[in-house]
Write a protein that binds this ligand. Structure first.
Ligand code: SF4
Length: 226
């Protein structure tokens, strides 16, 4: 099985869509996708979604956010966590986009990572989800899963990005994050992966099915002995 077929196989068993996915599918503007990605740092998808919806309910543009009271922004995005730091970043990024980019989010990786609070992952997310430019955003799922599958052997996200770029055909880069994020949320969970129902467990170097079966057997035994 090649990478394309494995990604197809994974997609077949996934349900719903992740937050950035929804924004991209609904053709939301790149500014909203950029701000939402900044809000997503160290928080769950559901909180990012709520904070994004609250913020953009006001039809904010870069100009409106740049001119907004910081306390108002803090209050609107509070649910995303680290809201004081994020509010300051969101307002500063809006100001720069307004003043230096004529209110248009840049499509260039170097321009994006020069924005405050925008790192490699966020810049790559904006390229992929806002502009459909091939890139590989590496978050916790995209780092963990290819290592479990045995595709790569890396310890740091930047290594993961480089290694994945060498082996995954460029045509698959755009969907890679989308597929692996949902797979990591639904099946290949960080602590208790559901290997027994995983559609690609025969291609995985780290199939934990046996361990899960053994653990369940032990649990059953201890219940019977109680
Ligand atoms: S078999 Fe388990 S560890 Fe491997 S990809 Fe599937 S869920 Fe993840």
């Amino acid at each position: 099985m090649n990478y394309r077929e494995i990604l197809d196989e994974i997609e077949d068993i996934l349900e719903g869509s992740a937050h950035l996915d929804e924004l991209a599918d609904n053709k939301q503007d790149p500014f909203k996708i950029l701000i939402s990605t900044i809000l997503s740092a160290r928080t769950r998808d559901s909180n990012t979604k709520l904070a994004t919806e609250r913020l953009f309910k006001n039809h904010y543009t870069p100009k409106l956010i740049a001119e907004e009271e910081i306390e108002v922004i803090e209050d609107l995005i509070r649910v995303s966590g680290f809201y004081k730091v994020k509010a300051a970043r969101v307002r500063e990024v809006s100001r720069i986009i307004l003043e230096e980019y004529n209110s248009q989010v840049p499509k260039d990786f170097e321009d994006l990572i020069n924005l405050p609070g925008v790192g490699t992952k966020t810049a790559n997310c904006v390229l992929v989800y806002a502009f459909k430019i091939p890139a590989i955003p590496v978050d916790t799922h995209v780092h963990r899963i290819p290592n479990r599958l045995g595709w790569i052997k890396t310890t740091r996200p930047n290594q993961t990005e480089e290694e994945l770029k060498k082996i995954i055909p460029k045509i698959e880069w755009i969907r890679l994050n989308r597929v692996l994020v949902r797979f990591g949320q639904q099946i290949c969970l960080p602590n208790h992966p559901k290997c027994d129902v995983c559609s690609i467990n025969t291609f995985c170097a780290k199939d934990f099915s046996m361990e899960i079966a053994l653990r369940n057997k032990k649990k059953k035994l201890s219940i019977n002995l109680d």
